[in-house]
Design a protein around this ligand. Structure first.
Ligand code: A2P
Length: 318
């Protein structure tokens, strides 16, 4: 398994298991199976509502001697309702308790969006705070404090645009170690990769398979289905591989970490084996031509609520 070197020399396993949308009972089996197959990186978040079951699977895997804690990379994310500086540590402590861990390897600010405390998904604009009311620098200071306290080994962000990443780098000599964003052939984000490369930030690609199991309310009618793309299909055939494997191998070859979600044992293994697939320069060029800046996770749900201070354009600064 390849690794990516972080700002302090630590190594992030390039391929991890995603757990968004995995039902609690399914995620328990998925994490156990993934670790058994060889995954050494699991991507979690408090808002996924399944960290307790991930924690049970991790604990059993440690107790059964399948893997040691120090050999698995665990990421989790701070939800939008805990952006006040004093709320960050308790939120992380709850995640640690659910995951049955003493520390995380990586803790990410999930979104550059703030809610009132206790709000999972807001029903009205009154439950949403603007970035002026709850500046990201304040949240970042809370994140730094958790790293200093030894509750997480690294900190980073998710769903931050390059301009927002820059504000954190300016506020703090030591910026985010990782930027986790949606990345796949329809949303290649070359500017993000270039900026992060220069700034020494490792990039993780989420929704690498196009997130086809998102709730219907988060989908557009007639949206393109990445796993059915004919160019990806042809490349897969040439390599005697599957489209999902091509998408995962593409992410790895671009030097990004990648976290495909699956709860299916056959697909968990298939995705793991994608790390062995080598795409040619010609394959990579063909895939480069597929970019259409298509976000599947646009954050429009946060912007559409009446009275929300956020807009989709402002969220991504584009
Ligand atoms: P399942 O969990 O039943 O395997 P993303 O990582 O982009 O969010 O995509 C997750 C979606 O892709 C889920 O619907 C997942 O279903 C599906 N998926 C995961 N691995 C594969 C694969 N190898 N082939 C086809 N679909 C896959």
């Amino acid at each position: 398994m390849k690794h990516l070197k972080l700002d302090d020399g630590d190594m992030l396993p390039i391929l991890g298991l995603g757990t968004w949308k995995s039902e609690p009972d399914e995620v328990y089996r998925a994490v156990k199976e993934a670790i058994r197959v060889g995954y050494r990186h699991v991507d979690c978040a408090a808002i996924y509502g399944n960290e307790a079951e991930v924690g049970r699977a991790l604990q059993e895997s440690f107790d059964e001697g399948v893997v040691d804690r120090d050999d698995v990379w665990i990421t989790s994310k701070l939800w939008n309702d805990s952006h006040a500086r004093e709320d960050v540590r308790p939120a992380l402590e709850e995640t640690l308790s659910n995951l049955r861990l003493e520390f995380l390897d990586l803790y990410l600010v999930h979104w550059p969006i703030a809610f009132e405390k206790g709000v999972g998904f807001p029903r009205s604009g009154d439950e949403i705070l603007s970035l002026e009311e709850r500046p990201l620098e304040e949240t970042w200071a809370g994140m730094q404090a958790t790293r200093e306290a030894g509750l997480t080994r690294h900190i980073g962000v998710s769903n931050f645009s390059v301009p927002k990443l820059k504000t954190l780098n300016a506020a703090d000599g030591r910026g985010p170690a990782v930027s986790q964003v949606e990345l796949h052939p329809y949303l290649q984000q070359p500017g993000m990769l270039e900026y992060c490369d220069d700034a020494g930030i490792v990039v993780t690609a989420y929704s690498p398979l196009g997130s086809g199991d998102r709730p219907e309310r988060l989908k557009d009618e007639d949206e393109p289905v990445l796993l059915e793309d004919p160019v990806i299909g042809e490349i897969a055939e040439r390599h005697d591989a599957t489209p999902a494997q091509v998408l995962i191998a593409w992410a790895i070859q671009r030097g990004t970490a990648v976290i495909p979600k699956s709860v299916n044992p056959g697909r968990i293994r298939e995705n793991f084996e994608a790390a062995e697939l080598e795409l040619s320069d010609e394959d990579m060029e063909e895939i480069a031509g597929l970019d259409r800046h298509r976000r599947y996770i646009a954050g429009s749900g946060f912007a559409r609520i009446e009275g929300s201070p956020y807009t989709v354009e402002g969220l991504w600064d584009e």
